[in-house]
Ligand binder design. Structure first.
Ligand SMILES: Nc1nc2c(ncn2[C@@H]2O[C@H](COP(=O)(O)OP(=O)(O)OP(=O)(O)O)[C@@H](O)[C@H]2O)c(=O)[nH]1
Ligand SMILES: [Mg+2]
Length: 618
């Protein structure tokens, strides 16, 4: 054997492979309580008890070795050693959910036929215990002819035993003895056998999965279910505004202090202006939205980890079926609330290629977190922080409406796309219902930290870079007295050209200037506006006023609403386009997507503007 041993984690979706992978290697792969979380292979290293290193691969979950979607193909190819440029694993750890033994054993039996050294990690034994289920591990190991180790991945239980079993298996190269007569490739055979073994190894019958079943009576109720879902969303968007006030204040305070200190310490001139206007206030105008992003993700992560999200998918399935998408599209669309890129990658778990393509094309309509700063700044400036009935905040309501507008247009777009460019029948609903559980605090904390980190890294890299370039392009050449700097400058002249096209939909010069750099990252729309107003206001000495106040005194409500509408359909960012190109193998579909989204954004912003003007809000 050359190199270090390669061990693959294989098993049904949602068995806890990634949780086990994280526990063993210290990695932070995404874990979620629904099938189809992992869509790519990830590898990491760990040391076995004898100190020997091994390479561990986490794989997408799959029900069998006959893949039905692109992510499952990855698993099959890795396990069979058919993946290009990759060797075959030296051993397999089959991860099985102890509470769903017969289903998970079926795949284990199929894997056993591969003739590779194998260990079974009987995961989620804590859940089995909760359900009143006791599994006779020795009996199971005997029946399977494999070492069986009980684990609780999220509590790091059973890891030492697993490492020991693994090093033993690798050392002896023990290949499971496959009983004769089991060469039958028929999956039904495995199903029967799995059921028999599960029954033989289960000591106590479950007291029925009462918790999950009784919660589902409410969550999936045809009338109550949607009400619960809407209520949750509603509370989430209220919280985004009401919980964030204090921390936003702290960040603004820090930003103001930085700007003042820099102004006091540096001599007036290029460097000071760049630093204060472009970097501190420009980038700062985006960073202040960190608390809102964290709050939004706190809700999303908790709902995901508890198992509720799949119920939401179930409820949406009735709707989704009507628009030609299956419930499978829900998870990718859900991920797109963070960012369209992981969302588009998650479509790999969709079986039907046309359905997958449709999901890719509408994913950018789901409101990604990069749009939150843009929405929040405009809402903060134009929508009074008033309570309408029952203490409900108006700002949160408008934000909810913007998210809903994105979802509804994604639905409409998929109906149209399914009827035209991706015609054909789709697959059914294949999502398995995970059980409810309390979210693991550690997973939520890691998830939040990762989100915050991604946001801050964007602020420190792409947003900073684009803002600085924009600041330079807006500051030069210096305008003669009496001429507005933002119009005389290079960026200003480009914006003036663009304004010809954007004026009919209510956009002003500054907005025209902001939409192009926003293609790099949508948050840049905010820092761009901040920068432009700071440069123009420099001589009037109004630079200190915060962005919301500047917008409120300069834009009409109709204009502000048009800007929001534009960003609901907003021209996707460049990285999204790149990922669509990669996932669809060509430029045809990204071009189609750009075209239709631009058209939608233009029409929607225009309609919003003119309706608002007509309603007397101009
Ligand atoms: N109670 C309990 N929960 C667990 C255990 N292992 C994993 N989980 C939870 O089960 C859910 C699924 O875990 P993942 O690690 O994402 O499952 P996976 O097998 O990687 O799933 P896919 O990537 O979709 O194939 C998550 O919510 C985990 O927190 C366990 O031993 N006990
Ligand atoms: Mg996983």
């Amino acid at each position: 054997m050359t190199g270090i041993p390669l061990v693959a984690l294989v098993g049904n979706p949602n068995a806890g492979k990634s949780a086990l992978f994280n526990a063993l290697t210290g990695a932070r792969q995404k874990v979620g309580n629904y099938p189809g979380v992992t869509v790519e292979r990830h590898s990491g290293r760990l040391a076995l008890d004898d100190g020997r290193p091994i390479e561990l691969v986490d794989l997408p979950g799959t029900y069998s070795l006959d893949p039905s979607s692109p992510d499952e193909e990855v698993t099959r190819d890795v396990v069979l050693g058919a993946q290009a440029g990759e060797r075959r694993p030296d051993a397999i750890v089959v991860v099985a959910d102890a509470t769903n033994l017969d289903n998970h054993l079926r795949f284990a039996l199929q894997l056993r036929q591969l003739g590779l050294p194998m260990v079974l990690a009987l995961n989620m034994v804590d859940m089995a215990a909760r359900d009143g289920l006791t599994i006779d591990v020795a009996a199971l190991a005997g029946e399977l002819g494999l070492p069986v180790i009980e684990t609780v991945a999220v509590r790091k239980r059973g890891l030492d035993a697993l490492r020991t079993a693994l090093s033993e298996t690798l050392r002896t190269h023990a290949i499971p003895a496959v009983p004769t007569g089991e060469v039958d490739p028929d999956i039904r055979h495995f199903q029967r056998e799995a059921r028999r073994i599960a029954r033989a190894a289960t000591v106590d019958e479950p007291r029925a999965r009462q918790v999950t079943a009784s919660l589902d009576r409410f969550a999936l109720h045809p009338v109550l279910g949607p009400i619960i879902l809407l209520t949750l969303l509603f509370v989430m968007f209220q919280a985004v505004f009401s919980w964030s006030e204090a921390p936003i204040g702290w960040i603004e305070g820090a930003q103001g202090w930085l700007a003042d200190t820099a102004t006091a310490m540096l001599p007036a001139g290029f460097l000071r202006d760049l630093l204060v206007q472009g970097v501190i206030n420009g980038v700062g105008s985006v960073v202040v939205f960190l608390p809102q992003i964290v709050i939004l993700f706190l809700f999303i992560l908790v709902l995901e980890a508890s198992g509720y999200m799949v119920r939401a998918a179930m409820l949406m399935d009735r709707l989704m079926a009507g628009v030609g998408l299956s419930g499978r599209a829900f998870i990718p669309l859900l991920s797109s609330f963070a960012c369209a890129i992981p969302g588009i990658m998650a479509t790999r778990s969709i079986q039907d290629p046309r359905e997958r393509l449709t999901t890719i094309l509408v994913a950018p309509l789901m409101t990604c977190s990069a749009r939150l700063p843009v929405y929040a700044v405009v809402i903060g400036a134009f929508i009074p922080a008033r309570r309408v009935m029952w203490g409900v905040g108006l700002q949160g309501l408008v934000l909810l409406a913007l998210y809903v507008a994105g979802i509804v247009s994604a639905m409409i777009a998929s109906v149209l796309i399914r009827r035209t460019v991706t015609r054909g029948v789709g697959g059914g609903f294949l999502l398995e219902m995970p059980r409810y559980q309390w979210p693991a605090v550690r997973d939520i904390a890691i998830g939040l930290w990762q989100r915050a980190y991604v946001f801050l890294r964007r602020a420190g890299t792409i947003i900073l870079g684009v803002t600085v370039v924009l600041w330079v392009l807006t500051s030069y050449p210096v305008a003669p007295a009496g001429v507005k700097q933002s119009e005389y400058s290079v960026a200003g002249r480009i914006a003036s050209g663009l304004e010809v096209v954007l004026k009919p939909i209510g956009f002003n010069h500054e907005m025209s200037l902001a939409v192009i750099p926003a293609m790099a990252a949508r948050e840049v729309a905010v820092s761009a506006l901040q920068t432009v107003y700071a440069i123009d206001a420099a001589d009037e000495d109004q630079g200190a006023q915060e962005l919301g106040g500047k917008l409120a005194s300069r834009w009409s409500l109709a204009t502000a609403l048009a800007f929001l509408a534009w960003f609901v359909f907003a021209p996707q960012c460049l990285s999204t386009i790149a990922v669509v190109r990669r996932e669809t193998n060509g430029w045809k579909w990204p071009a189609f997507m750009i075209g239709y989204l631009f058209a939608l954004a233009y029409v929607a912003a225009g309609a919003t503007y003119w309706i608002a003007v007509w309603a007397g809000l101009g």
